[in-house]
Design a protein around this ligand. Structure first.
Ligand SMILES: [Zn+2]
Length: 73
């Protein structure tokens, strides 16, 4: 019984030590910054959409190929 307690104590100390090592190795905590997604407006209908989903032609953004075509670009 005595050895079981010692084993549990050793395991607890080891666990705490490993947690401390992991905390030290991780990058310092910084306040959560919300991810920003650049939004652009369709040159034809004005709807806003993420720039990654927009079609671009001659510096203008479009929400769809149909609106790009309708604008004659
Ligand atoms: Zn559009």
């Amino acid at each position: 019984m005595k050895y079981l307690l010692l084993l549990m104590l050793a395991a607890y100390v080891l666990w705490r030590w490993r947690e401390a090592q992991a905390a030290r190795g991780s990058p310092p905590l910084r306040p959560e910054q919300p991810q920003t997604i650049e939004m652009v407006a369709c040159a034809h209908c004005g709807v806003h959409l993420p720039v990654l989903q927009a079609l671009t032609a001659h510096g203008a953004y479009f929400c769809s190929a149909a609106h790009q075509k309708a604008s004659g670009v």
